[in-house]
Design a protein around this ligand. Sequence first.
Ligand code: 4GY
Length: 248
Amino acid sequence: MRIDIISLFPEMFTGPLGHSILKRAQDSGLLAVHVTNPRDFAYDKHRIVDDYPFGGGSGMVMKPEPIFRAVENVVNAVASANRRIVLMCPGGQPFDQAKARELAGYEQLILVCGHYEGIDDRIQQYVIDEAVSIGDYVLTGGELPAMVITDAVARMLPGVLGADDGAQHDSFYNGLLEYPQYTRPREFNGWEVPEILLSGDHAKIERWRRKESLRITLARRPDLLDNIELTPQDHKLLQEIKSEQAGG
Ligand code: 4GY
């Protein structure tokens, strides 16, 4: 997959995308990330990318032409029509795991980062396929959201997390929060690893993990339980959890 980021501040991306799993994904050719600066597509003498808002008001608005040409340029760089052009915007659709999985299905993802007071709305109307929001707060620009989305989408690509596909056990992958994980030592500061994880009984371990996922989801994010299909075993496990709570 190729991810194109349109941003006035390309240097912001070098750190976060150049390490660990995202670096490995790029080195192995599973992911390519390109950052394009709309300023390079501002053809006036001062390469101006923003201007005063029509109608008045404070702050500056990003001009449409440099962004339009920057998007056009990266569109022309990829032959496939299987692409999505996404604007980072607090007013967009909430970004979640399902959206990450969906966006990972495109050949090319173009993430457009606004700055200042926003982008001339004609870009949003005529160029952008969809706007997404990473949460109900306002940042100074779309750069951090673009990094969040790049990260979440990249790890959904086949092969990025390695052979035994870690994403299957993620929080949210199955609609539940993740069960607790432990590693060596078996005892640390007198704090023990749950006995069952050392038993070697894989069926029992699976059941325990499912139960702990349900327990943690019920405690912290009960809203998530309304959005998934629970199996008869899940209902049984939830009953156990509730009676354990009642019994103290
Ligand atoms: N939240 N989710 C977000 C954001 C910054 C003014 C337009 C968000 O996605 N993007 O806060 N973006 C704004 C700043 C211009 C982008």
